[in-house]
Write a protein that binds this ligand. Structure first.
Ligand SMILES: [Zn+2]
Length: 335
């Protein structure tokens, strides 16, 4: 949880506070109809229209990200905006699940939100992230899963966030930090430390459901299976994906993104909730969910996310919702 953004106020006579671009005045981004994703073409158009650099636009969009924070426990809003190597922008914010007393460890940090959104859109890497508070140690570690993480630019505008405000302001181009992730986390422990590769959105691990007569074939389960195939689980081999169906039939999916340090791992349920939040869809609209997970340690052994996913699902979904878990195994695709 970020608690370190309390910037001491500048002396009033030297303070040149200006409001960042009002997010409401920004044209709606177009990629996937998402208000939290800005396509590369839209980014370029906005930069010309607003006279901003890419980093300037990331900073301008922080208000939009911050305004969507869900922080009933900390009341600390955090926003982040990441620039993908494709040129698209991904916004993120912190999500806390307090409704049913879920543990703090299930919290999603803004940088994790950005990363999950980028990966789900097939982004190869993030080249820069603007964030309203200094990245915590948890996020500095989580970001190590991305390719070229050490070179990723991190910018934290000076006095950029407030624990209670839904908007932000800053002091022109002043920054609290502008440097690389490698400087923030030197001598990092990451995927290569364990002989593994970074997140690769293009990689798919072929999976098949373990024979289960009770497992109906449905678009929901197929979506969860596909999300598991695209998930990042090089350390446990426990590929896992969640699919959520809303009342109008829309499906949202997410896959686990494991961390080399294990604890910062982002679960598949959180990733699916991120996908919903990105599209402005309420979690309470969920009426059905499915988790597809590879059994680790052989058949009949542990499903790492079954219990926690079921509990988090029950905490956020509609009262009459249904949830099911399906085991999967790695298979070899027919050529
Ligand atoms: Zn963090």
């Amino acid at each position: 949880m970020k608690k370190n953004a309390a910037c001491p106020p500048l002396p009033s006579r030297t303070r040149k506070k200006r409001r960042l671009v009002n997010p409401e005045t920004l044209p709606a981004p177009t990629l996937d109809g998402s208000c939290f994703v800005v396509s590369s073409a839209e980014r370029a158009r906005l930069e010309v229209q607003l006279g901003l650099t890419s980093m300037g636009l990331l900073r301008a969009l922080l208000s939009r990200a911050l305004s969507r924070s869900v922080c009933p426990i900390s009341h600390f809003r955090c926003g982040a905006a990441g620039l993908g190597s494709s040129g698209a922008i991904y916004l993120g914010t912190n999500l806390e699940f307090n409704a049913a007393g879920r543990p703090l460890s299930e919290t999603v940090h803004a940088e994790q939100f950005v990363t999950a959104s980028a990966v789900s859109h097939g982004e190869a890497s993030l080249t820069a992230i603007a964030v309203t508070a200094m990245p915590c140690g948890h996020c500095r570690q989580f970001l190590q899963e991305l390719p070229a993480a050490a070179a990723m630019r991190i910018v934290v505008p000076k006095c950029s966030s407030s624990s209670s405000s839904s908007s932000i302001s800053d002091d022109g181009d002043a920054v609290q930090y502008d440097g690389t992730l490698g400087t923030l986390l030197p001598h990092a422990f990451g995927p290569t430390s364990l002989g593994k590769g970074c997140v690769d959105a293009a990689v798919r691990t072929p999976l098949a459901l373990v024979a289960d007569d009770d497992a109906p074939s449905s678009a929901l389960i197929a979506a969860a299976l596909a999300a598991a195939e695209r998930s990042h689980a090089p350390y446990s081999s426990g590929q896992a994906g969640v699919a959520l169906r809303t009342r109008d039939g829309t499906l949202f999916v997410g896959g686990v993104i494991e961390s080399a340090a294990f604890n910062p791992t982002l679960g598949p349920m959180q990733a699916a909730l991120i996908a919903m939040h990105s599209r402005g869809v309420a979690w309470s609209d969920v009426v059905e969910g499915a988790l597809v997970e590879v059994e680790t340690g052989g058949r009949g052994h542990a499903l790492r996310f079954a219990d926690s996913t079921r509990a988090l699902f029950a905490a956020v979904a509609a009262r009459d919702s249904r949830f099911a878990v399906h085991a999967a195994e790695v298979t070899v695709e027919a050529v």
